[in-house]
Ligand binder design. Structure first.
Ligand code: MF3
Ligand code: CO
Length: 259
């Protein structure tokens, strides 16, 4: 399967969904505090998404039972919301996909609960920065390997690990489409990007070693050394110039600024 090329009208719809994810994550941001159960975040997100006329796409996807993937500390991605109460010093990746009018948007953000120790704070900072390093490479004529190389170089220079078992992906008419967008690789390798492709870039970066395990529930991915991981994700459309970022952290960061 070759990656799909989307029209401007379709990209506008993907953008609507991606922006709703940003708004949903901002609702979650308002609630994040010590003592809050992660299942409460999931309930709020589902209610907010449905109130906006969209569907929580993860819920039921290959049997995934929740609206949000909530991944705390050593959980990298695909964490299950639960009765766990967030505590000061936790970092929590919240990943959300919604679909509306048949088009999907996908984005994720890693939040801090109160004061977080400096090495972990720096990990979050670097992971987010690596996402934008990847986005800089995402333009027509470049290849997916250019994105992976940029992400990998940025984080490995700083001593972090790139989780290799999971990757970014095309997104649009489905949650996961071609091409795979790896977070490591060689410049000039991989699938050529073309105007109208829509992809999600999502670095999953570890403070310690990059090795991961899969929990008994067959979903949750955690670091084997038990050290923290971070995860940020944007959906974006490829153009001849700079990529058009379709999701947004603006609402999230507006909330975080006033916390
Ligand atoms: N953003 C995640 C991804 O890109 C969403 C996973 S949803 C799940 O794969 F249902 F698979 F958990
Ligand atoms: Co994704």
């Amino acid at each position: 399967m070759t990656p799909r090329i989307y029209t401007q009208e379709e990209i506008a719809k993907i953008s609507q969904s991606a922006l709703l994810v940003g708004a949903t994550l901002a609702e979650v941001a308002k609630m994040i505090a010590p003592g809050v159960k992660t299942i409460e975040l999931d309930r709020r997100a589902e209610e907010f998404i449905r109130a906006n006329g969209a569907n929580p796409s993860c819920k039921g996807y290959e049997g995934f039972p929740y609206t949000l993937c909530i991944s705390v500390n050593e959980v990298v991605v695909h964490g299950f919301p639960s009765e766990y109460e967030l505590k000061e010093g936790d970092v929590v990746s919240v990943d959300c996909v919604v679909d509306k009018d048949g088009y999907y948007g996908d984005s994720a953000y890693t939040f801090m609960v109160g004061n977080v120790e400096e090495p972990v704070r720096n990990l979050l900072e670097a992971t987010k920065a690596s996402l934008y390093k990847g986005i800089e490479q995402a333009r027509a004529g470049k290849r997916t390997g250019d994105i992976g190389h940029a992400v990998q170089t940025y984080v490995e220079e700083r001593g972090y690990g790139v989780v290799r078992e999971l990757c970014g992906h095309g997104v649009g008419a489905h949650m996961h489409e071609k091409p795979d967008v790896l977070n490591y690789g060689k410049q000039g390798s991989g699938v050529m990007l073309r105007k109208g492709m829509v992809i999600a870039i999502e670095p999953m970066i570890t403070l310690g070693k990059r090795n991961i395990g899969i929990a008994k529930n067959d979903w949750e991915i955690y670091t084997l050394d038990g050290k923290a991981a971070a995860h940020f994700e944007h959906s974006l459309a490829i153009t001849e110039g700079e990529a058009r970022i379709l999701s947004s952290f603006e609402k999230i960061e507006e909330i975080l600024k006033h916390k």
